[in-house]
Structure formats: C-alpha cells, structure tokens
Write a protein that binds this ligand. Structure first.
Ligand code: NAP
Length: 279
C-alpha cells in the first residue's frame, strides 16, 4: 500500500507531500467552463523522457503504449480525469484496435472496486454513469462490433465533408449521430462548436498525436496533463504527443508539477494551461 504522502509537490512551491488518490479529482474540471456556452477541453498523455508515447509492439508491429511507461499510478490519474468528463474524444484507430482485442481499455470510468469512488463521485456531481464518446474519423472505418461494446453510451462520430454518404447512412441507421466538422478533416474550432451545441462542459481528449494536432492548431485545448516516466526508451519508429505541423508554437503555462516518489514508477505529473485560453 503506497504511503499517503508519496507525491512531492514541486510547483507551486511550498506545499507538503500529498497522496496520489484524489490529486486530479480535486480539480473539478467539469466546472471550469464558466460561461454557459463553453466547454473545457483537456488532453492527457504519458511519455518517456525522450518523448515516446507509443512504440511498435514487438509481436504485432502495431503502435501501442509501451509497458515500460504505462503503470497503475498514472492509470489512476487517467481515471480521475475521465471521471470529470462529460465526453471522451477519441480516434477511429482506437476502435479498430478494440475490434481486434488490442485496445488498452474500454474507455470507461473504471468499473472495478479500485474505481468505485469515481463512479460515486460522478453520481454525486450529477454526471452520467459513463461519459459519452466522440470518435474522430475521416475514413469512417469503424467496426460495428467495437461500437457495440459501448452499449448504452451515447456515441457521436465527427468527420469531414469528404466522408462517404453510404457509411454515414450506415451509422445513422445504428442510431449514431455523424457530424460534419471540417472540409478535409475534422477542424478543432468546428468540433468545439459541436461539443458546446451538444451541451458538453468538459471533454477529455485521449486520442493520439494527429487528433491532438488538429485541436492544438485550432487553439481549442485548454489543459494538457503530461506524465513523464523517468526513463529513456529510444527507437526510431514512435509517436510523440503531436505529429505534423502547427502554424505557431503553442505556449504553455505550468499549473502544477509533482514527483511520484514510488521507486517502481518514478514519474513527473505536470499540468499545463495553454496560453490564450482563459480556463
Ligand atoms: N501514451 C499516451 O498517453 C497515448 C495517448 C493516446 C494515444 N497513444 C498512442 O498513440 C498512437 C496513435 O494514437 P491514435 O491512432 O489514437 O491517434 P491519432 O494519430 O490522433 O489518430 C489517428 C486516427 O484518428 C482519426 N483522425 C485524426 N485526426 C483527425 C481529424 N482531424 N479528422 C478526422 N479524423 C481524424 C483518423 O481516423 P481514420 O483513419 O478513420 O480517418 C486517424 O487514423 C497509438 O499507438 C496510441 O496507443 C498514446
């Protein structure tokens, strides 16, 4: 059992050591979009010190979060962030992996005993049992059997004007809304407008570097949670938190930084605000 005070606060300075449990839950992210017509969009990644968030799996060759960085303590914080979400933003790639049984989880606020407090917290705060799910996809290549695993949850697919009408009709016939949010691909500003129109106040972005690029380029990400596992992985084929180009550097303001003192999972938990956002 980890000690109650196994996190060392590095920023802001002057705080006492504290516990991991509850660290991010205390942020009340679902209440940070103050204006009635706004949504807080927050992203979360775990990376090695050399910036790898995913590497090819030695067996399948498929990109996955390496076991050398994933760990239960970061996962607890991932879950605390999910607990505060009205909706989770994810990619079609995730659902293609889910259909093959290779996805990391089922996008839940954890259903096991370890996460029962989070389910209760959602209930106390008037949130649905599970967050809704938004899937970004240009190809609309999203296996039905993967979608079926989210039975009972509202699913929205966001795509572009290039989307195939037959595929749109197929998803519509399954009761899934397909929203057009861009010309060539989903554009961050149009996505944000759709999220607000759907009544969402907090959106948890858990997709990879391509979706992240679309949102950072459009300056619609409000917060970035970045766990840095204190190891170096190397490898030439990898994903980092963002691939491709953006017009200008996205400037960050450090909001908090903690050192995880557990020797088996030495890591830094950082929270940034994106400059230019008022949340
Ligand atoms: N370590 C971490 O914290 C972390 C977090 C997230 C992901 N990852 C890893 O990173 C790797 C890549 O993740 P990912 O594939 O989910 O991320 P991604 O590169 O963001 O998304 C890829 C897919 O999302 C759709 N997409 C992306 N941007 C779009 C846009 N603007 N408009 C419409 N569709 C868009 C496309 O789907 P279509 O092909 O259907 O058009 C694309 O193939 C995976 O190995 C994953 O496990 C790691």
């Amino acid at each position: 059992m980890p000690a109650m005070s196994d996190l060392l606060p590095l920023f802001p300075t002057g705080q006492s050591p504290c516990a991991l449990h509850g660290l991010y839950l205390a942020l009340n992210l679902h209440r940070q979009a103050v204006k009635s017509d706004d949504v807080l969009i927050y992203a979360n990644y775990i990376a090695s010190v050399d910036g790898r968030i995913s590497l090819p799996d030695t067996g399948s060759g498929e990109f996955m979060v390496p076991a050398s960085i994933a760990n239960p303590r970061d996962w607890r914080l991932y879950q605390e962030l999910a607990a505060q979400a009205d909706v989770m933003l994810t990619s079609a790639r995730y659902f293609r992996q889910l259909a093959q049984g290779k996805a990391q989880d089922l996008l839940p606020v954890g259903t096991g005993k370890a996460y029962a407090d989070l389910a209760e917290w959602r209930q106390q705060h008037g949130l649905k049992v599970q967050p809704d799910v938004v899937i970004l996809s240009n190809s609309l290549n999203i296996p039905d059997q993967a979608l079926a695993q989210l039975d009972g949850r509202r699913i929205i697919i966001c795509s572009s004007e290039q989307a195939d009408d037959k595929k749109i009709n197929h998803f519509t016939s399954l009761g899934i809304n397909v929203l057009i949010c861009g010309r060539q691909a989903v554009e961050g500003k149009r996505l944000k407008t759709q999220l607000i129109q759907a009544g969402y106040r907090s959106a948890y972005m858990i997709a990879g570097p391509e979706v992240h690029r679309s949102l950072i380029q459009a300056q619609v990400v409000d917060r970035l949670f970045l766990t840095t596992r204190l190891n170096i992985l190397a490898g030439n084929a990898f994903h980092s938190i963002l691939n491709g180009d953006i017009d200008a550097p996205a400037e960050l303001k450090l909001l908090s930084l903690y050192l995880d003192q557990q020797p088996s999972s030495a890591q830094l938990f950082a929270q940034y605000a994106l400059r230019g956002t008022n949340k």
